[in-house]
Ligand binder design. Sequence first.
Ligand code: GAL
Length: 424
Amino acid sequence: MNAINRLAAVISLATLAPFAAQAADGKGTIEVTHWWTSAGESAAMDVLRNQVKADGYAWKDNAVAGGGGAAAMTVLKTRAVSGNPPGAAQIKGPDIQDWGSLGLLTEDGLDDVAKSEGWDKLLSPTVARIVQYDGHYVAVPFNIHRVNWLWINPEAFKKAGIDKAPGTLDELFAAAEKLKAAGITPLAHGDQPWQNATVFEDIVLAVMGPEGFHKAFVELDQGTLTGQKMADSFAALKKLAGYMDPNRGGQDWNQATAQVIQGKAGMQAMGDWAKSEWTTAKKVAGKDYQCIPFPGTAGSYTYNVDSLAMFKVKDAGTVAAQKDVAKIALGTHFQTVFNQNKGSIPVRGDIDMSQFDSCAQASRKDFDEASKGQGAQPSMAHNMATSLAVQGAVFDVVTNFINDKNGDPASAAKKLGAAIKSAQ
Ligand code: GAL
């Protein structure tokens, strides 16, 4: 059963209480389910929270910790099943279509805002498609995160005698070896399934290029999923895992970032929300840390667009607050300040990037370049490429492989193909 059917089955079993009218405070209240709880994520969310409050609405925060959002999605499903969804929730990518097809999202609640604010012109067709269901805007996009980054502590590199940032997988392994010899953890990481999948998709992109990545994670092509290059990707993952702290456990991504900030680790492969932690630690891009495309992936760009989807609610105050959030989110000022805090780039292409740091400027340039051809690809690990069921199948296979000392790359590729097939 696919994700929609599974969720639909659960919901049809529950007695759907009429959507609870939400207590209006001032002009109205909006409850928002999200997972932006790290220092940097929270600073970015404050920009929205403060503006909504300044506009006269009450903000009810339903923050569910856990990077990547799996825990938040579980909470959201429970809320939806009991007929008590929040006004807005962080839902991304193809999952928006699944929620829309259940009839749970607003139908035309954002169309007037989209029209008066000119969203059709502000958003690229790719992004506009993601946040629309059945021809209506049902979610508001915030940003574009790049996933395929490598974050480097230059001091740690210096101590290890590395004079050049790695540009290929082989150079990455060579740098890791030097860091190890210098007594520094080469790659900071936490064994959470989404973190494992983030590193894995970087490697697949490096090994197969954007076309292979597309065949694997967008087309779900069995030949690619089970082929030699996928086996090579698993082999590279195994090698890279050997450079992660053996006692890492399931630490959160921001704890891993902290290890690199403190110089206990030399590198982290993570999307640019990691930059928000460097920013809150008052570190400067290009000086205190370096951001480079994950080795072997320069020219390609795995994107991750954050969005808040609006639920169908009866309370007029909440509906007004939903429109307010939507209006704020795509405003010029918000797009600048929010994204400076979040580590991402504006989802609008017309924002002056001179107010951003060198990583964000490189991200904008690389995104625009990569979007001209096949280089820009939706991130599988961050819910942009597949249904959550298919993504879950990848998470399982990759995580089992990383934790199995005897894991065989070729059989992992076969398992990946089979697991995806049964999740489809
Ligand atoms: C991603 C999300 C990012 C970031 C990250 C870690 O899925 O899109 O905005 O917050 O999880 O929590």
